[in-house]
Design a binder for this molecule. Structure first.
Ligand code: ATP
Length: 447
């Protein structure tokens, strides 16, 4: 038996499809062929700021053991599934498949790490594939090979989560999803904080169901395969479930926000952490978005907290010049209308500037607030007429409404990779050593 890693990306479009669904079909195909899974299927989210992504920039990797002579059949069936279920008509859909035998080389791990927070080159991907004998197959412009290789390279060795994805039957695609909202609320209560982002706390909106025409009926994210399965068993739906699979993923881990940069180092499409001091006060622009600037010793950059970011926007609104903060987010390239900007996902307020206000002194005789007699001429009481030529304005510190700490965008506007508040303290540091018995709906196949 030989270890095989199968990476897949860029099969779907806004209109239809989902790479994880092809992954779920392939799980069934591979089990039928007698392959043994050595990990849960991996759902790897890549840089959420890439210009070519359709939705969440997700790629998948299936890691198996099989007889070496089965590999041509595995490539055949994977190609067939891509051909059957990719939206080739969409200009932005350029599927890629990658097949690696044996262990994952260090260089591929590095490539995968870089693909989480910056733009990696197609030519680099092809060079790596050649160097390590990775078979790659690209459709149309072949860009999906980048994601397919990055998915193989990311073995989720550090923090990770799980997502149970349930899929719809073909006949229901495009129709409203029939799911009992009450059962989602109950599931959320029974399983949180070990499942997350089921419901948006600010609006009550159900977040486990996507809204497009893709085949996902719902996805439940959580800390263990057991808890996402328990949660899935609590959900009531009034339509047929085609199949379900538990993916292991870097979702909800902040894997894209690991590196700190100086302002002069920022480049479009990067995911960054930048420390600086607020240099321009927040301004509320059309759409109720909040814009302000920060400065470090290398330059100044605008930062934005958009309207749906909820508590993050509310905190950004209260910043003052001089506050020391760290912003976490995506670098949006400059355009004719605006300079480069960091679209914030999180903000750590490190130190608040003192906000001082100056007031006239009160009269020593009658307690009334005095009036100035002119610059450096002291103050006079308007009530009793008492004059004090030596009096000066008094400085008072205003209590800030904002508190130091971490502010995160609301669940409804979180990226797939954003670590939600409830996951702080639940991070994992090593991969699982075994798999549960039933991690997909068709495991009976191998029994
Ligand atoms: P999903 O809908 O499954 O969440 P997506 O559809 O939003 O994901 P893709 O359709 O996979 O995203 O498109 C992303 C494209 O960008 C793919 O072709 C992928 O290979 C490529 N890509 C991903 N990450 C990077 C990166 N860091 N640098 C360059 N190209 C990337």
């Amino acid at each position: 038996m030989i270890k095989v890693h199968l990476g897949l990306d860029d099969t779907d479009s806004m209109r239809t499809g989902c790479t994880t669904y092809i992954g779920a079909l392939l799980v069934e195909d591979l089990l039928k062929m007698g392959c043994k899974f050595i990990d849960y299927p991996n759902l790897i989210r890549l840089n959420p700021n890439t210009p070519w992504k359709t939705r969440g920039n997700g790629a998948i990797c299936l890691r198996i053991r099989c007889e070496e002579n089965k590999i041509p059949d595995i490539i055949d069936i994977s190609t067939k599934r891509i051909e059957q279920f990719s939206d080739f008509e969409s200009e932005n859909t350029n599927p890629g498949l990658a097949v690696l035998r044996g262990n994952v080389p260090k260089e591929l791990e590095k490539f995968a790490q870089k693909a989480l927070w910056s733009i990696v080159k197609y030519s680099t991907a092809l060079k790596l594939a050649k160097r390590f004998n990775i078979e790659v197959l690209g459709f149309k412009n072949g860009r999906g090979i980048i994601g397919a290789l990055a998915a193989i390279g990311n073995q989720l060795k550090e923090d990770y989560t799980y997502e149970l994805l349930a899929y719809r039957i073909k006949e229901n695609l495009g129709k409203p999803r029939k799911i009992d909202k009450k059962s989602v609320i109950e599931m959320d209560k029974a399983t949180k904080p070990f499942t997350f982002n089921n419901i948006d706390p600010e609006t009550g909106r159900i977040l486990i169901t996507p809204r497009g025409a893709d085949p996902v009926l719902y996805g439940i994210r959580g800390e263990s395969p057991e808890v996402v399965k328990k949660a899935h068993e609590m959900i009531k739906v009034f339509e047929e479930v085609d199949r379900w699979v538990i993916y292991r993923s870097n979702q909800g881990t902040d894997a894209h926000l690991r590196f700190r940069f100086k302002i002069s180092e920022l480049k479009p499409f990067m995911q960054v952490i930048v420390r600086g001091v607020v240099s321009k006060s927040p301004e509320i622009i059309v759409g109720r978005h909040v814009i302000f600037s920060i400065r470090d010793e290398t330059g100044e950059v605008n930062c934005a907290a958009y309207e749906p970011t909820g508590e993050l926007r509310n905190a950004a609104k209260l910043l003052e010049v001089g506050d020391e903060i760290e912003v976490y987010g995506a670098v949006r390239p400059p355009s004719n209308e605006h300079p480069m900007i960091i679209n914030m996902e999180k903000m750590q307020i490190i130190k608040l500037a003192k906000k001082i206000t100056y007031m006239n002194p009160v009269c020593m005789k009658c307690g009334k607030r005095m009036k100035s007699m002119g610059s450096n001429k002291g103050f006079k009481c308007p009530k009793c007429g008492f004059k004090n030529p030596k009096a000066t304005k008094l400085a008072f510190e205003i209590q800030r409404k904002l508190k130091p700490g971490l502010y995160i965008t609301s669940p409804r506007s979180q990226r797939h990779l954003t670590k939600p508040k409830c996951r702080y303290g639940l991070e994992k540091s090593s991969p699982p050593t075994s798999m549960i018995d039933y991690w997909c709906s068709f495991l009976h196949i191998r029994r």
